[in-house]
Design a binder for this molecule. Structure first.
Ligand code: UD1
Length: 424
């Protein structure tokens, strides 16, 4: 297993290219199951999660070709050879549960493993199943698998009202509805840019969708979809992550391809903390002019609110801020596992239920730490960049799931960071 060694230093300045969005790309890949024509995706991030889903799709009979060093992916689901998404893959990647909607819509049946819990919480799938049942699917749970069938081979349009916002459930319902008979209305739908990009791609494939980006999405089912070529949007979480660098280390970083509309709530918090955020012709530039950032309170919420996937990074920044910040996590019940690791680096964080109170200490101290999930891992690296001395972050495989070329990108702005093999 590899670790990442970070030595804290001075300001970081330069450019960081932002990759295609992982969470969007995963859902776009699943949409390939809806048509027998090829779906070509460009701006695909080269990440292990993408490889994991490609393996799952291949096990269903999808031909997957990666071109131009993996940045372009052609998925061709001419004929599916299996309806079963196996536990061995789904347990590694929860997003693979989102093959359920497309498989059921196209084939009239699907068997998909339940993903189980994960480090950040229980993460149920009841809303996914509720939506598909509303569309006429019969759903049974047997031996850890969801067995779903559409009577007569086709789902039916339905009214679906989610009790709270779920990105995954909205996207499973949306994809399933494209090929259903009749009209589906999804209320309290996710408004995340990922969901909007998925809807855009589905529309390019011939789906009839209105209202994506609002909380009511209407889908008029069609008989078939066709192939298209679609560029994945920039990764707003990677973007937000690198936007914290000037706050943590000082300096000026331009995130190439970054867009304010993808991270508006987050950018506003950075501005309140004293950072300068400027849209340029090439992306988003963030700079720190004063000494330390100011403490700001944050509460996570579905889009357009402050993203839960940027909470850990914000905590790393608040550890060095002037003042005391309260971070409130409302999406996942167990998403402060980075706090005890940050405390090992000298941070003053007190977690009580869904609230973390962070008292800024100015400078952290390097320490060996352990990553527990993707966003926690990057927060420890960010903290290490601001710390005195050396920080060793173990369990780097979490980072490989979601941050393309993280070491090279950070070195590009002057960070002292390297990947080392623990086996010598
Ligand atoms: C997606 C993102 C993830 C992000 C999250 C919230 C992908 C691959 N992942 O995850 O990075 O952190 O959105 O922005 O796109 N819930 C239920 N029942 C359900 C579904 C969800 O109770 O059937 C709960 C979850 O446990 C959680 C909350 O709803 O507490 C929100 O989860 P959801 O929006 O569904 O997150 P994901 O789609 O899994």
């Amino acid at each position: 297993m590899d670790s990442i060694l970070v030595r804290g230093g001075g300001p970081l300045s330069g450019e960081i290219p932002i990759s295609g969005a992982k969470n969007t790309c995963l859902k776009l890949m699943g949409a390939a199951l809806l048509t027998d024509e090829p779906l070509t995706l460009t701006n695909v991030p080269r990440l292990s999660d993408i490889g994991t889903l490609a393996t799952l799709l291949a096990s269903l009979g999808v031909e997957v070709a990666r071109l131009q060093e993996g940045v372009v992916m052609v998925l061709s689901a001419r004929q599916l050879t299996s309806h079963t998404a196996e536990y061995d893959i789904v347990r590694k990647l929860r997003a693979s549960f989102n093959v359920l909607g497309p498989l059921l819509a196209r084939e009239g049946r699907a068997i998909v493993s339940l993903p189980g819990g994960c480090a950040i919480g229980a993460r149920k799938v009841d809303l996914h199943l509720m939506a598909l049942e509303a569309m006429g699917a019969s759903v049974e749970l047997r031996e850890g698998y969801v067995h779903a069938t559409a009577p007569g081979g086709r789902l039916k349009g339905a009214e679906i009202a989610f009790p709270f916002v779920s990105v995954g459930a909205t996207e499973n319902a949306l994809t399933a509805a494209t090929l259903a008979e009749g009209t589906t209305v999804i209320r309290n739908a996710a408004r995340e840019p990922d969901t909007v990009d998925l809807a855009r791609c589905l529309s390019e494939m011939g789906a009839r969708i209105a209202g994506a980006g609002t909380s009511t999405i209407t889908v008029e089912g069609v008989d078939r979809l066709h192939g298209t070529t679609h560029a994945v949007i920039p990764d707003r979480i990677e973007l937000g992550t690198y936007m914290t660098l000037p706050g943590i280390c000082g300096g000026e970083v331009e995130c190439l391809g970054g867009r304010r509309d993808l991270v508006d709530a987050f950018a506003s918090k950075l501005e309140q903390a004293g950072l300068l955020v400027v849209e340029t012709s090439r992306g988003l530039k963030v700079a720190r002019d004063g000494e330390r950032v100011r403490a700001v309170d944050v509460k996570t919420a579905p889009f357009p609110g402050f993203p839960t996937d940027l909470q850990a990074q914000m905590m790393a920044m608040m550890c060095t801020a002037d003042g005391t910040a309260v971070l409130e996590e409302t999406i996942f019940e167990n998403r402060f596992m980075h706090a005890p690791e940050l405390i090992r680096m000298g941070a003053q964080v007190d977690v009580q239920g869904g609230h973390a109170t962070v008292r800024g200490v100015g400078r952290l101290k390097g320490a060996p730490v352990m990553a527990t999930d993707l966003r926690a891992s990057i927060s420890l690296i960010l903290a290490g960049l601001a710390a005195q001395g050396e920080t060793r972050v173990a369990r780097v495989y979490h980072l490989d799931r979601g941050y393309e070329q993280v070491v090279a990108k950070l070195r590009g702005v002057g960070a002292d960071i390297e990947r080392v093999s623990d086996n010598g």
